[in-house]
Ligand binder design. Structure first.
Ligand code: AHG
Ligand code: MN
Ligand code: MN
Length: 343
């Protein structure tokens, strides 16, 4: 007997989901498609990154026929162009731009949504051919007309309509949620289509990875130092000692932990009490996905999604992974670093 496989493409999947909302007009569907299209172009560029010098050395222009731009600038321009042209988004906050980019043409200012984006996450890893990503958050605008504003972007994560990431790894995947579970799509590079490969993603029951830049150990709060020791203790019942894995690209570290089971930690330090990661376009979208995958995301004391952002590029300590692992980190923070608690 011949086994028949039904391939579900990303476009089919989001249209099916849209039909569950009878009043939806397809704006979110189009927005997600715009993101997927930009991601494919960025993916192509990332895959060619190693060739640029070779072509350049031959005295030619690069593959775009222009001076090579840093990939994070290229990715930023690509997502902005796709989102502006698509017309569903009226403003963007990007890691690469100090201020909100407000779309003020007659077409896109009608867009109902605003987006916060880290166009290229883990960009210091590009030269080493290590996995990198893109992270995005989608909110409904609050303002009623005109171009979107900073206030439209300064919303807590609980207001998220959708969030996702693209991982440019040994294969390229788009993982997203609209609040009804998390689904992952792998890019088939031969036809340029994202196909559903990881339906309803959940953190596995068994989890034994911890991910943290341990080079910063001496600067960590006591709660984190003690938690690291906890990870290294022997207790087979709780899968300890855990194994340590750290790539240095949030998307890649989180994605591996989601698939294999592990906790990610980027704490504050005495020098940088809010850590490094940005609330709007790193912590919030990953937190939303983590919760939708049965996990948790915390700054050590508070649910990430409930933090009211005050500035676009605000940072936050970040702990995310399976619920029980994050709760253990919080236990250690409460006991050994209560002074880190924010008002
Ligand atoms: P970006 O490349 O967007 O600036 O983000 C880098 C971030 C994040 O991806 C990663 O988790 C973290 O930086 C790694 O920081 P350390 O090098 O301090 O560990
Ligand atoms: Mn980043
Ligand atoms: Mn970045």
């Amino acid at each position: 007997m011949v086994t028949r496989y039904k391939i579900t493409t990303l476009t089919e999947f989001i249209i099916q989901r849209q039909s569950e909302y009878p009043h939806a007009k397809g704006a979110l569907t189009r927005l997600l498609n715009d993101i997927a299209t930009a991601a494919k172009i960025v993916n192509r560029e990332i895959n060619a990154a190693g060739l640029v010098d070779i072509l350049g050395a031959a005295g030619q222009d690069n593959i775009q026929g222009e001076a090579q731009k840093k990939l994070d600038v290229f990715a930023n321009e690509m997502f902005i162009t796709a989102l502006k042209g698509g017309g569903e988004c009226c403003a963007i906050a990007s890691e690469e731009n100090e201020k909100v980019i407000s779309f003020k043409n007659e077409f896109s200012e009608l867009g109902k949504y605003v987006i916060a984006i880290d166009p290229l996450d883990g960009s210091s890893n590009i030269d080493a051919n290590v996995s990198i990503g893109t992270i995005f958050s989608i909110y409904r605008r609050k303002s009623e007309h005109g171009g979107g504003t900073q206030e439209d972007l300064l919303q807590p994560g609980i207001n998220l309509v959708a969030a996702g990431y693209i991982i440019y790894g040994s294969s390229t995947m788009l993982v997203y949620t609209t609040g009804k579970g998390v689904n992952g799509f792998t890019l088939d590079p031969s036809v340029g289509i994202f196909c559903l490969s990881h339906p309803d993603m959940k953190f596995p029951e068994k989890a034994n990875i911890y991910s943290i830049n341990e080079g910063n150990y001496i600067y960590f709060p006591d709660g984190v130092k003690k938690y690291i020791k906890h990870c290294q203790e022997n207790d087979p019942e709780s899968y300890r000692p855990y194994t340590s894995r750290y790539i240095g690209s949030l998307v890649s570290d989180f994605h591996r932990n989601l698939i294999k089971g592990g906790v990610f930690l980027y704490p504050g330090t005495a020098k940088n009490p809010n850590g490094k990661l940005r609330l709007l376009y790193e912590c919030n979208p990953i937190a939303y996905i983590a919760e939708q995958a049965g996990g948790k995301a915390s700054d050590g004391f508070r649910r990430i999604l409930e933090i009211q952002p005050e500035t676009l590029h605000q940072r936050s300590p970040f702990f995310t992974g399976p619920r029980w692992m994050v709760e253990k980190v919080e236990e250690y923070m409460r006991e050994f670093s209560p002074e880190e608690r924010k008002s």
